[in-house]
Design a protein around this ligand. Structure first.
Ligand code: HSE
Length: 433
C-alpha cells in the first residue's frame, strides 16, 4: 500500500442490521480491505436514531454526526453509506444533499432507486459522483457487477430471479414442513429476514423494486416500477404447493424481465418451475438470479438474499470499488443514453399454466370447465382430480398446453363465473427456465 494514499473517508447513516454489519466487516477485515484497495476505508462519522442502543459493535472511535444534513455536507467525507431505508422524505433528501455535495452514495435502498433512480442518477452525474447499489439486489449476490461488467459485452435477453428471501423461505418451509403460510411468516419475522412491514415482502413489492433495477441495467432502460405487474405469495396454499410437487414442479416467486424483439415484458408473480431446473433448487432464504446473454448463454448466481453479513458484503464491494477510484454511471450507461421502454405485462406472453378449480362434485362440472377452455382456445395437457372433502367438493387441476396468457386468463375468468366452481380458481404460470 502506498504510504501517501489518503483514506477513503465515509459516513454511515443508519446502524440497523446492515449498517452495524458494515462497521463490523470494516473492523474485522481492515487489513485485507486496505491491501486490496491500496488505501484504508475509514469511518469518520455515524448517525442513527438511537445513540445508546447496544449494537454488538465498537463505535467508540467514530464521531456522531449532529444531523443527516450535517453528514451530507461534511467536507471531509468522500462517501455516504445510506442504510436508513424508505423511498421518500428524509432519506431521499439526505441522498440528494449528499450528491449535491459531491459525495458518492452507497446504498441498499431498492425502494428509493426503483421510484427515483433515474432522477437521482441525473443528479449524481451532474456532480460527477455515483450511487452504488450492489446491496440493494439479492443481498450478498454480486449481480449488479455481473450485469454491469461481467457480461457487459452481451445483448442480455432475459433476467429471472428469486429476489426475496422471506418469500422463498416461506414457500420452502410450507412445502418441507407442511405448514401454513401465517405460521411460517411469523418465524421469518422473528429471524429478521422480513421487512419491518412484511407486506412489502409477501405482496412481492420488495422483489419488484429489485426487478425494476435489474431490468434497467440489463436492457439499458430507465427503471419503471410503476408499469410492473406484481403478485405476491399471499394467495398460495399448501394444497397448491403439494399438487405442484406431485406434478414435478416447485412454486417460486419469480421476477422476470424479458426482451422480445422490440418489446420488453416484466412481471413479478409466483410461478411453477420444473424440479429439474437449477432455480427450483434455490431454497430457504437464498436468492438467485439467472441471466441469458446472446454470447454467454445462461448464467446463474445464488446466495443469501438478506441478513447482516451478505448485505454488508455487497456494501463493501461498492466501497472497495470507490476506494480504487472505480465508478460508473448509476445504471451502467449515462442517463441520456437510457431508453424509455414500453414495458408490457405478462398477458403478452405465451406460456403453459396451472389452474386449480375448487368445485362442487356434480354432473357436468368437468364438461363445463373444458368448455370454458375450448371457448378461449386453450388446450389441456393434463387434468387431475383431488380430494373428496367432507363437503363433497373437489379440486380439479389442469395443466394447459402453451397458449396466450391473455386467453388463459380469460378462460379462468369464465371458470370463476360457473355455478359449480366454488372459489376463484388459482392460476399460476409455468416458467420452464
Ligand atoms: N426482506 C428482504 C428479503 C431483504 O426477505 O429478501 C431485503 O431486501
Amino acid at each position: 500500500m502506498s504510504e501517501s494514499q489518503s483514506p477513503l473517508n465515509i459516513g454511515i447513516a443508519g446502524l440497523g442490521t446492515v449498517g452495524a454489519g458494515v462497521v463490523k466487516m470494516l473492523q474485522q477485515n481492515a487489513a485485507l480491505i486496505s491491501a486490496r484497495c491500496g488505501r484504508e476505508i475509514k469511518i469518520i462519522s455515524v448517525i442513527a436514531g438511537n445513540k445508546n442502543k447496544d449494537r454488538d459493535v465498537d463505535l467508540s472511535t467514530y464521531e456522531w454526526a449532529d444531523s443527516l444534513t450535517a453528514m451530507a455536507q461534511d467536507t471531509r467525507l468522500d462517501v455516504i453509506v445510506e442504510m436508513i431505508g424508505g423511498s421518500e422524505g428524509q432519506t431521499k433528501e439526505f441522498v440528494e444533499e449528499a450528491l449535491k455535495n459531491n459525495k458518492h452514495v452507497v446504498t441498499a435502498n431498492k425502494a428509493l432507486l426503483a421510484h427515483h433512480g433515474y432522477e437521482l442518477a441525473q443528479l449524481a452525474e451532474k456532480h460527477n459522483v455515483t450511487i452504488a447499489f450492489e446491496a440493494a439486489i439479492a443481498g450478498g449476490i454480486p449481480i449488479v457487477k455481473s450485469i454491469r461488467e461481467g457480461i457487459a459485452g452481451n445483448n442480455i435477453t432475459s433476467v429471472y430471479g428469486i429476489l426475496n428471501g422471506t418469500c422463498n423461505y416461506i414457500l420452502t418451509e410450507m412445502r418441507e414442513g407442511e405448514r401454513d403460510f401465517n405460521d411460517v411468516l411469523s418465524e421469518a419475522q422473528e429471524q429478521g429476514y422480513a421487512e419491518a412491514d412484511p407486506a412489502f415482502d409477501i405482496e412481492g413489492i420488495d422483489a419488484a423494486h429489485k426487478l425494476a433495477l435489474l431490468g434497467a441495467m440489463a436492457f439499458g432502460v430507465k427503471p419503471d416500477f410503476a408499469s410492473l405487474d406484481i403478485q405476491g405469495i399471499t394467495r398460495l396454499t399448501l394444497k397448491d404447493i403439494k399438487i405442484a410437487d406431485e406434478l414435478g414442479y416447485r412454486i417460486k416467486l419469480i421476477g422476470m424481465a424479458r426482451q422480445e424483439g422490440v418489446d420488453y415484458i416484466q412481471a413479478m408473480a409466483p410461478c411453477l418451475v420444473p424440479k429439474s431446473s437449477a432455480i427450483s433448487g434455490v431454497e430457504g432464504v437464498f436468492n438467485a438470479v439467472q441471466t441469458q446473454g446472446d454470447f454467454v448463454d445462461k448464467t446463474m448466481m445464488e446466495g443469501r438474499g438478506a441478513g447482516e453479513g451478505p448485505t454488508a458484503s455487497s456494501v463493501l464491494s461498492d466501497l472497495v470499488d470507490l476506494a480504487k477510484g472505480n465508478f460508473v454511471p448509476v445504471f451502467g450507461v449515462p442517463t441520456n443514453q437510457l431508453n424509455t421502454a414500453q414495458w408490457q405485462g405478462p398477458e403478452n406472453l405465451t406460456c403453459a399454466c396451472y389452474i386449480n378449480c375448487h368445485v362442487k362434485d356434480e354432473v357436468g362440472v368437468v364438461s363445463d370447465i373444458t368448455s370454458c377452455l375450448k371457448e378461449n382456445n386453450v388446450s389441456m395437457d393434463s387434468l387431475i382430480q383431488k380430494g373428496h372433502e367432507q363437503d363433497g367438493s373437489k379440486n380439479i387441476v389442469i395443466v394447459t398446453h402453451v397458449a396466450s396468457y391473455k386467453s388463459i386468463k380469460q378462460a379462468v375468468g369464465s371458470l370463476a363465473n360457473l355455478s359449480n366452481v366454488l372459489d376463484s380458481p388459482t392460476l399460476i404460470r409455468i416458467e420452464n427456465i
